[in-house]
Design a protein around this ligand. Structure first.
Ligand SMILES: [Ca+2]
Ligand SMILES: [Ca+2]
Length: 212
């Protein structure tokens, strides 16, 4: 466990909680502790650690939030890693969780779009939709060529969501579509946790605080 002391954690929580929408100061403190525990498991003495790397972060998504799709987990990592330094820092962890666990529809729309935007160019192209739809839909190998079906699905999705008809989905195409039909929020794969894992996580991380 990191040697970070109580006073330092409180000061950090004070600062971070000012910028985080859905957690109070005590909850931020708990999330800092949890972050240190998750980080501490792989801390090499004498080496400064900037945050959770992709592998650590993916194992958290897998173990705690039951995610299994590699492409989606990488997307979630990118959505949390706002400054693109390939680490999820403490601040990114807490700000990311605020949206991940308790975000509003608007925050979730932005988050899901970031997850699905594999190359980070602020639009969803056919080449991005295709593998995601394929991963989320094809569970069992079939006799027929599944790619044809997925191609059709990409066409149908574009027809429905591409409001400005440029052959790809901009953020505003995506936002408009999801506002009209909320089910389209996770159209390209499940990237938000289900209620059960949210409750389990919050209960464990926030309740433990009471007994310290
Ligand atoms: Ca980062
Ligand atoms: Ca893109």
């Amino acid at each position: 466990m990191s040697a970070m002391n109580r006073k330092l954690i409180q000061t950090l929580a004070e600062t971070i909680s000012k910028h985080v929408k859905h957690f109070n100061k005590t909850e931020v403190e708990c999330l800092i502790r949890e972050f240190n525990v998750l980080l501490g498991e792989q801390t090499i003495p004498g080496k400064a650690v900037t945050g959770l790397d992709r592998i650590q972060f993916r194992s958290i998504l897998h173990n705690i939030f039951k995610m299994t799709d590699d492409m989606i987990m990488d997307g979630v990592f990118r959505a949390f890693d706002k400054d693109n330094d390939c680490f999820v820092s403490m601040k990114e962890w807490i700000e990311g969780l605020s949206v991940f666990l308790r975000g509003t529809l608007d925050e979730h729309i932005k988050y899901c779009f970031d997850v699905y935007d594999l190359n980070g160019d602020n639009s969803l192209a056919r080449e991005e939709m295709f593998p995601m739809l394929k991963n989320s839909l094809i569970r069992q190998p079939t006799e027929e060529d599944p790619d044809e079906g997925i191609k059709d699905l990409v066409d149908i999705t574009l027809k429905k969501m591409d409001h400005d008809h440029d052959g790809k989905l901009s953020f505003s195409d995506f936002e408009k579509s999801v506002k009209e039909e909320n089910l389209l929020l996770e159209a390209f794969g499940t990237c938000l946790p289900d209620t059960t894992s949210i409750e389990a996580f919050e209960q464990r991380v926030f309740q433990e605080q009471l007994y310290q």
